[in-house]
Design a protein around this ligand. Structure first.
Ligand code: AMP
Length: 397
């Protein structure tokens, strides 16, 4: 019995994937959304047609009941009974400095995740209701595991994670760099070493997770030594709607001149900035390339600014590690946006990274550096759910 359910619960949604870990395949996946404000489910399993329906879900417990019914239904399902599921793995955005690896969930772990709510008020409360709903609906007999986005970055040295603020804010409020997308950075860096046939412990790798949210990571010998996201997932490179790093004085300046409250500033930085903010068109890179092709100057500016910022972090992280043996692209933009990879790599020849335009014409796992490039450039599709399933199996076997 090696079936693992992976759950990513948000405040009003619950994404799930059921893995058969005998061969690491996805048996079913789906999304319950509008939980608490109606309810809608989208579910796919095996060869069954996709199923999409309005289903009332007043809370996450009802979402677990809906997914239980669908997974075990003769019409849409793929298992006879939920007892076939060996364990449930939960994606948790913030584990603060309390978790440096995945753990079995027990009351102490739940309390610790709860204590990190102030650090991730938009994410951790949803994860907690998801965990509690799974325990309530599936019973204590099915073990639950927590896998943290922050855990991989707990190896960062103090001088990398501290912010140059009065030290008391670190002591009192735990204000420091945590980093996110850790499951992805960990997975693609290890996979890159496998593809290159070299020990991970001997490689200096820069991973570029570029999607709707984007972050880069300096992975030295398999360990995160620095990363672009910080105290929250707002730091670093610009994203779809998030600003990325800014001169902090801009915030007080805009608040004063536009009469904005803290809540409005936070909304502006998270929802109205990034490439959407610059272009005024879209947060989606496909829309921006289309607008750029039609001569839209601000769409071009947004795309060029993104490439510029990614390149700056690559230079910074190469400096931090004293070199870069491999540059890895992953996530929606990293895997699919060939032009963006070319722009990011433009001018990196001085550090021994030369991209091959022909090899780069791919969205699949590949080495895309030119023959003779000192360092390697790779495309490695990320698979955060699989990492969660693997960790969950390992901790509950
Ligand atoms: P993610 O959050 O990883 O799903 O990534 C979403 C981002 O990837 C969006 O900005 C998409 O525009 C971008 N993306 C996905 N596919 C492509 C593609 N074929 N070309 C350009 N961008 C893409």
């Amino acid at each position: 019995m090696k079936k693992i359910l992976v759950v990513n619960a948000g405040s009003s949604s619950l994404k799930y994937q059921l893995f058969d870990m005998e061969n690491e395949t996805v048996m079913a996946k789906g999304l319950c959304e509008r939980i608490g404000i109606g309810g809608r489910v989208i579910h796919h399993a095996g060869n069954h047609p996709a199923h999409e329906a309005d289903r009332p879900m007043a809370h996450h417990g009802e979402a677990i009941r809906v997914l239980t019914e669908l997974l075990t239904s003769p019409q849409f399902g793929c298992i006879a009974d939920m007892s076939e599921i060996a364990a449930v793995g939960h994606r948790i955005v913030h584990g603060g400095d309390l978790f440096n690896k995945s753990v079995r969930i027990d009351p102490g772990v739940i309390a610790a995740i709860e204590s990190c709510v102030p650090l991730a008020p938009l994410h951790n409360p949803g994860h907690l209701v998801g965990i509690r709903a799974c325990i309530a609906e599936l019973g204590e007999a099915i073990p639950q595991v927590a896998v943290f986005d922050t855990a991989f970055h707990q190896t960062m040295p103090e001088h990398a994670y501290i912010y140059a603020l009065p030290y008391e804010y670190y002591e009192k409020h735990k204000v420091r760099r945590y980093g996110f997308h850790g499951t992805s950075h960990g997975y693609v860096s290890a996979r890159a070493a496998q593809i290159l046939g070299k020990p991970l412990t001997e490689l200096k790798i820069i991973t570029c997770h570029m999607g709707n949210g984007s972050s880069l990571c300096a992975v030295d010998g398999g360990k995160s030594v620095d990363t672009s996201m910080g105290f929250t997932p707002l730091d670093g490179v610009p994203m779809g709607t998030r600003s990325g790093a800014l001169d902090p004085a801009i915030l007080t300046y805009i608040a004063e001149h536009e009469g904005l409250t803290f809540a409005q500033i936070s909304e502006m930085l998270n929802k109205k900035s990034g490439v959407l903010g610059i272009s005024g068109i879209s947060s989606d890179f496909r829309d921006l390339h289309a607008a750029d092709a039609n001569g839209d100057a601000r769409a071009k500016l947004a795309l060029r600014h993104f490439a510029h910022c990614v390149k700056k972090y690559i230079g910074a992280f190469a400096a931090v590690m004293g070199g870069c043996d491999a540059l890895v692209f992953t996530a929606g933009i990293g895997e699919n946006n060939r032009l963006m990879r070319l722009w990011v790599c433009e001018g990196l020849e001085y550090m021994g990274l030369v991209i091959d335009p022909q090899k780069n014409d791919t969205s699949a796992e590949a080495v895309v550096s030119a023959p003779g490039s000192r360092g390697s450039i790779l495309v490695v599709p990320t698979n955060e759910e699989l990492v969660i399933a693997r960790d969950t199996l390992a901790l509950t076997r």
